[in-house]
Structures are given as structure tokens and as C-alpha cells.
Design a binder for this molecule. Structure first.
Ligand code: THU
Length: 145
């Protein structure tokens, strides 16, 4: 399942950064902390964590935090994102797939057949999917042109 386009070293680096971004999570309401690490085509990496809110709906997922940080710095082209999430104050136990809203944000900036989504369970265990696999027939910029 691992994509040959990404080296094991790149995958490990993104996994490590997603796990460390998770430590910054602000999640007092769900108690579920998530971290992400987003790799740009130019080789930059942006971290992100989920940021919750007492009014609940303004909550931002880790993946979107990473995307919005990157896009606001002028980045527009992306290769991969690693995601790690689980109950706070414990090690990650399961894979944490991105929510539908985050998949849609990815669809705006990424090539669905190429963009890699790395689900991190631990430094030793991950699964990789393309955006197309997680959002088949997604609606994107080409559809509104
Ligand atoms: N969350 C993420 O940050 N990313 C995901 O992929 C799934 C869910 C966050 C949103 C909320 O703060 C908490 O996890 C529980 O849903």
C-alpha cells in the first residue's frame, strides 16, 4: 500500500512531525488530539493541530490548520500530509482518517490522484491513501471552471 514515490525517510519525517504537532492540540471539549504535517512540492513542511472552541462549530481540524498556515504563506502545491490522532494524554492507538471537510479542502489544492494521505498509528505503522481513494469523484476547481 505504501507509495513508491515517497521515500521511507520522508514518510518517517512527516509521521514524526505529525506526532509532535499533536502535542500542541487545543482540544478541551472532545479530549481527542490530532496533529498533521503537510509537505509542499518545494519541500517545506507545515505542522498543524486541532483547535477547538467553546461554541464547538468554529473548531478547526489539524489538517485544515496545516493547509491554512501553508496557503497563507503563499504555498499552493502539495505532495503529502501525515495525520495522527487519538484520545489525549495517551499514545495514538488507531488510524485517524481526515474528516469530509478536510478532504474537500485538500481537493481545492491537491491533485486527487497524486496527493498522499499518510495515516500514522505509530512510527512503525502507517497506511497511505491517495486523495482520490478517500474522496472519489470529488468536486474541485476544474468542475466549476
Ligand atoms: N479532528 C481533526 O483534527 N482531524 C481529523 O481528521 C478528525 C477530527 C478533530 C476535530 C475535533 O477537534 C476532534 O478531532 C474530535 O472530532
Amino acid at each position: 500500500m505504501n507509495n513508491p514515490k515517497m521515500s521511507e525517510i520522508e514518510i518517517k519525517k512527516l509521521a514524526e512531525l505529525a506526532l509532535s504537532a499533536r502535542e500542541k492540540s487545543y482540544s478541551p471539549y472532545s479530549g481527542f488530539s490530532v496533529g498533521a504535517a503537510l509537505l509542499t512540492k518545494s519541500g517545506n513542511i507545515y505542522g498543524g493541530c486541532n483547535i477547538e472552541n467553546a461554541a464547538y462549530t468554529p473548531t478547526n481540524c489539524a489538517e485544515r490548520t496545516a493547509f491554512f498556515k501553508a496557503v497563507s504563506e503563499g504555498e499552493r502545491e502539495f505532495t503529502a500530509i501525515a495525520v495522527a490522532g487519538g484520545a489525549k494524554s495517551a499514545a495514538v492507538k488507531d488510524f485517524c482518517p481526515p474528516c469530509g471537510v478536510c478532504r474537500q479542502v485538500m481537493m481545492e489544492f491537491c491533485h486527487p490522484g497524486e496527493f498522499q494521505i499518510i495515516l500514522v498509528q505509530s512510527m512503525e505503522n502507517h497506511k497511505i491513501f491517495t486523495l482520490e481513494e478517500l474522496l472519489p469523484m470529488g468536486f474541485g476547481p476544474d468542475d466549476i471552471a
